[in-house]
Design a protein around this ligand. Structure first.
Ligand SMILES: [Ca+2]
Ligand SMILES: [Ca+2]
Length: 337
């Protein structure tokens, strides 16, 4: 019996290892199509003005990615997620207030128009970030009178309404982590935690806990990486200022969050690493993603209309991005790995 459990453990660790640190495949050919399909070491960026999705292949490093651009039929788009199992992209189409699917993504080449293969019901009015889990997509509906979380059953051929929740704050960045959901409270410096979101019933939903992030003015994007226990948040500062943005990194996040919940409700400046200053190109960073295996932070920078990549720093500082590319209307970002 002992050996049986040992075998299970070894298999589980092997699977976990595969997920956490996928082996890099160096591809020196110019066949971007096969790079996209076989490696999936990419970052997708939405635009809310251009009708374009950019894909940055970072398999050979984060400082010089290869870019593919795809056209989509909607000029105003936001939250974007990638479904590895079905090789589909789901995107918040703000032009028509619908979640849409683009199936057969692996067959797309640079410059192609992505085919819409499913369209969801129009059940939101100011859609922002999207998060994907277990064949469902949750989107944030950022309403001044109180935010909503709208959940859909998804696959590349069908999107159907699932559940709707009312939260008592404006909501922008969201992420499902395990059974929980994390959300930022737009127009504030607060982060909300909904434990067991999986089990929540439709209707009014109160956060399990909220904490404030000291020094942060107005947050929009978040990304939690469970493997490294790192939370990354964006600070857009004054929405009218194009050079006062910042990225906030909180390592050992679980301990710091719970300590704040059980004390004054604040994660202090000394418990954060902050990227800010005139070298950063940060003005209104509206969304962020993070890769522990690549040691990289990926940012959709709306005010300066850029896609930015930073190396994960070990101290606060005024760091220049290792990569910066002009993306008109950059509104959301997601990794595909
Ligand atoms: Ca700003
Ligand atoms: Ca995102």
């Amino acid at each position: 019996m002992k050996n049986y459990f040992l075998a299970i453990l070894v298999i589980a660790m092997a699977i976990t290892g595969c997920e956490k640190e996928p082996q890099e495949i160096t591809n020196s050919t110019a066949d971007l199509k096969s790079v996209t399909k076989s490696n999936n070491y990419g970052v997708l960026v939405s635009s809310n003005t251009s009708g374009v999705i950019n894909y940055y292949d970072v398999v050979n490093g984060i400082s010089n990615p290869q870019r593919l651009s795809f056209e989509v039929p909607y000029a105003d788009a936001d939250g974007i997620v990638y479904d590895q199992k079905r090789d589909a992209i789901y995107q918040v189409n703000r032009t028509d207030s619908e979640l849409v699917a683009y199936g057969g993504y692996d067959k797309a080449s640079d410059g192609d128009m992505l085919m819409t293969t499913a369209t969801g019901p129009s059940t939101f009015s100011n859609g922002r970030e999207a998060t994907f889990y277990n064949n469902k997509v949750v989107i944030a509906d950022d309403l001044a009178e109180g935010g909503r979380l709208v959940s859909y059953h998804v696959n590349e051929k069908n999107i159907s309404d699932y559940r709707e929740f009312n939260v008592d704050f404006q909501v922008w960045g969201i992420q499902i982590v395990g059974k929980d959901l994390w959300a930022i409270e737009d127009a504030t410096n607060k982060l909300a935690w909904f434990q067991d979101f999986f089990r929540a019933k439709s209707g009014d939903l109160d956060p399990t806990a909220e904490v404030a992030i000291e020094g942060l003015v107005r947050t929009h994007g978040l990304k939690y990486d469970a493997y490294s226990d790192t939370m990354v948040l964006t600070d857009i500062g004054d929405a009218g200022s194009a050079d006062d943005g910042a990225i906030v990194i909180i390592s050992s996040f679980t301990t710091k969050f719970m300590a704040a919940v059980n004390s004054d409700g604040i994660i202090s400046m000394e418990d954060q690493i902050r990227i800010a200053g005139d070298q950063t190109e940060l003005g209104n960073p509206v969304d962020v993603d993070f890769s522990n295996s690549k040691n990289a932070i990926f940012v959709a920078e709306r005010a300066q209309q850029k896609f930015l990549v930073f190396e994960l720093p070990i101290d606060s500082g005024n760091y220049a991005p290792v990569y910066s590319d002009d993306v008109p209307g950059a509104s959301a970002v997601t990794t595909t790995f």
